[in-house]
Design a protein around this ligand. Sequence first.
Ligand SMILES: [Zn+2]
Ligand SMILES: [Zn+2]
Length: 206
Amino acid sequence: MYANVFLLSSPQGRVVVDTGALTYAPAFGRLLRQFRPDAVLVTHAHVDHAGGAFVAARWGLPVLAHPLEHPHLTGERHELPYPAGMPRVGAVISRLHPKVPARALRSVEAGEDLWGWQVIHLPGHSHGQIGLLRNGVLIAADAVLSAPDGRGGMRAALPHAPYNADHAQAIHTLRQIAELDLRVIVPGHGGPLTPGQVRERAARDI
Ligand SMILES: [Zn+2]
Ligand SMILES: [Zn+2]
């Protein structure tokens, strides 16, 4: 499934959030050339979100990520939950991806202000997953997904347990999101969600 890429622009600066998969690396390079961001932020190191991060590094741009994601971006570690239940295949897929040199990486932590957006830690799907919050808009990475509801509409969904580093923590994080005063939740996959849709999913136990 395609991962969303966001272009954020404020008077303080410009940042691209996530890069898409490796197959989109040429398009991502064109996007960087046109948008000219100050930095690229990766919400987490999974290859569908960070597969083009090496392009940003080649452009000399800082690649911002939570420190817990850095070893996965540099290639020190190769845990990848795709395909589900096949960690050795996941490790091979991870090894085939170009990596980000450590010198290009910058650490960002919860509570930091980035160009007017507040960094929030959304652990569970991965340990160092982060989102960005501003004016009631939450860029939520894979802490929540947009999925068909079977009636022609969309609903909020959690990644299935095999895709989460810590599923119980992912549920906890979703409940914390549901308690925030938000206008819209923008997931890592699919279109925007309402707070009501997220609360409905957060109310479930599994
Ligand atoms: Zn992911
Ligand atoms: Zn994803």
